[in-house]
Design a protein around this ligand. Sequence first.
Ligand code: S3P
Length: 166
Amino acid sequence: MNKNIVLIGFMGSGKSMVAQALSQRLKRECVATDHLIETREGQSIARIFEKKGQSYFRDLEHQVIEEISQRSEIVIDCGGGVVLNPENLKLLKTNGIVFYLQASLDVIYARIRNESHRPLLLVPDPLRALEQLYQQRLPLYNQADYTIDANDASIEGPIAEILKRI
Ligand code: S3P
């Protein structure tokens, strides 16, 4: 199987942990879109949002997706908002199998409520912002090839599910 393994899903769904564990087990490189963007820009995602705005970040994200979609046999850990541009999912699917790590809003909120590096939640009512984003994105995440239950705190379930399908 030389297709890429692509992980999408909301912030806090466990994409990064699952991606790293998969890359170790399969001996494949793990490429995280956020990490690539931060390295290229020399600053954190939060700072890019703050200084240059979300649409600047989304353009960079799209460029990165265009590049890494050309590659094969890698694990791709996507930022939660990649699905906002329909082109991104199309590109990712050309050479990859896309897995949506699905966790409920309650689980997600419990995981990320005390984190301060998520720019989209730096608002007066983060739970409300989260609910809106969640509803808006659900149909987009559902365009993945497979949906994987990521509600449990352990990443073993999602890893086993993904390995079964590749
Ligand atoms: C975002 C999710 C973040 C990061 C940025 C925007 C989003 O990635 O790309 O803060 O729009 O959901 P994670 O899903 O890895 O937290």
